[in-house]
Design a protein around this ligand. Structure first.
Ligand code: ATP
Ligand code: MG
Length: 447
């Protein structure tokens, strides 16, 4: 297991000054996964834990250290290879309302520090000499693919309910099986998540969704996710009564979610694309179920759900637009692809194709033939982009200055540009400067 140079240098500086220093937590876990039976992950950041007090760490690193979380004993050290977080060994103060404590106490014992950590696989430390401190059997659990709380799971989840979601996150991302006692405590203590700030829920939930076993974890624990997103629960077991579907709404959702790549926008879109279905359900005389208008209702619900988790506006808007568009006809012509490009842009149109593929793959086998139509749409899209087809104002052969020169001003300029773009996108005009100016002149003469 190789500690990267930047973390190594920090450990050396601390040790040379007579302190103990270890890499700890996620980086040790991920490094152990490398070469293990589970697919390895390259640790993102290497956190360091030390017996040095924060002021001692600050004094050692001089201007390279900054007190980023002094209250919790954290100093961030700048290194050529990126920042390294150095935190003093600590035990947490009293927990209130299932939340992380405001105050902490420093300790001189690495074992005590490891004991406050959430899961055995996250409670290991590694030093410069390759010595592993693993008082709770994290390495064995990792080898057997098991996620287990450090200590009594009920107590640990009552202290900080976010650990419930972190546990499901590690299961989804690392493929760990949740040990029985821990699993039962997850179920018993889930209501504690109500006391957790939505921003913190968002962080863990959005790390979970791209996980390779996200669908499986969602399937196993809907009532946990239902604590912050109760809208999901209406989908569980909701019979669609329609031959297009062999699954209930929730199962269909999970199959569709599994069929998109592990990208947060796509996973979030699939999770929410049919969330409005239960509210839109109608049964016709033949006893067939319909969900007229469900994309708009899904969009509205999704918007509220994402706002509640305090998602960034740009992310939310992308997701809800894909949700709204998921059920539209697949564009089949140059013109309809250009129109879709104009509204969505290339990135979101490509996403929409993936969304529609996945949605179709989640339907009854007899109706999964939409894939060929989607291949076709993708071919047209690739060709149009290779031809540098015009679908945005930026690409239009005339610009605002040309229109000002023709005597237009104010909002009329923008409106005229949009009108020209629409004609070009629809194929009514070529994207040629002369032709566009000619058309404009005719228009202005008419006015
Ligand atoms: P990632 O790979 O996403 O960074 P991580 O395990 O490093 O995963 P962090 O949130 O970076 O997760 O936390 C670093 C370490 O701090 C964890 O490995 C764990 O030991 C400890 N930890 C973090 N959050 C909690 C918590 N809520 N309760 C107890 N220990 C925690
Ligand atoms: Mg980490």
């Amino acid at each position: 297991m190789d500690i990267p140079e930047n973390a190594r240098a920090v450990l050396e500086t601390l040790e040379t000054a007579g302190h103990e220093a270890w890499c700890v937590g996620g980086c040790v876990r991920d490094a152990l996964l490398d070469g293990g039976r589970l697919p390895g992950r390259t640790p993102e950041d290497w956190d360091v834990t030390t017996s040095a007090l924060p002021e001692e760490t600050l004094a050692l690193f001089g201007p390279r250290g900054s007190p980023t979380g002094l209250k919790h004993g954290t100093v961030t050290v700048k290194t050529p290879g990126g920042p390294v977080e150095v935190t003093t060994y600590r035990v947490d103060g009293a927990y209130l309302n299932h939340r992380r404590p405001e105050s902490v106490t420093f300790t001189r014992s690495i074992e005590e520090d490891l004991g406050r950590r959430d899961f055995t696989v996250n409670a290991m430390a590694l030093n410069l000499r390759g010595e592993l401190r693993d008082p709770f059997g994290g390495r064995g659990d990792l080898e057997r693919g098991i996620l287990r709380c450090v200590g009594d799971p009920d107590r640990r989840f009552q202290e900080d309910a976010l650990r419930i979601l972190r546990g499901l996150r590690f299961s989804a991302v690392l493929g760990l099986e949740i040990e029985k006692g821990t699993a039962e405590a997850v179920r018993r203590n889930r209501e504690g998540l109500r006391d957790i700030a939505p921003e913190r829920i968002q962080v863990e939930f959005f790390k979970l969704l791209p996980g390779k076993r996200a669908a499986e974890v969602l399937r196993g624990w809907p009532e946990v996710f239902g604590v912050f997103w109760p809208e999901l629960l209406a989908m569980v077991g909701f019979d669609q009564r329609n031959r297009h579907h062999c699954h209930d709404v929730w199962e269909h959702t999970l199959h569709a979610l599994d069929a998109v790549p592990g990208d947060l926008v796509l996973r979030c879109t699939m999770l929410l694309h049919d969330v409005g279905k239960p509210a839109c359900f109608t049964l016709d005389e033949a006893g067939v179920g319909h969900f007229y208008g469900h994309p708009a209702v899904s969009r509205a619900l999704a918007d509220g759900m994402l706002r509640r988790l305090r998602c960034a506006a740009g992310f939310r808007e992308t997701v809800v637009r894909l949700v709204e568009w998921h059920d539209r006809d697949i564009p089949r012509t140059d013109k309809s692809i250009r129109r879709a490009l104009r509204i969505l842009g290339e990135e979101d149109l490509r996403r929409l194709i993936l969304v529609k593929r996945a949605d179709n793959l989640g339907q009854a086998p007899a109706f999964r033939d939409r894939q060929r139509e989607l291949d076709r749409a993708e071919e047209i899209l690739d060709r149009l982009l290779a031809e540098d087809t015009c679908f945005s104002l930026r690409q239009l052969a005339v610009n605002g200055r040309d229109l000002l020169a023709l005597g237009l001003s104010g909002p009329a300029v923008g409106a005229a540009l949009e009108a020209l773009l629409e004609k070009v996108v629809d194929g009514a005009l070529p994207n040629k400067r002369e032709a566009l100016l000619e058309a404009l002149k005719k228009d202005t003469e008419r006015v």
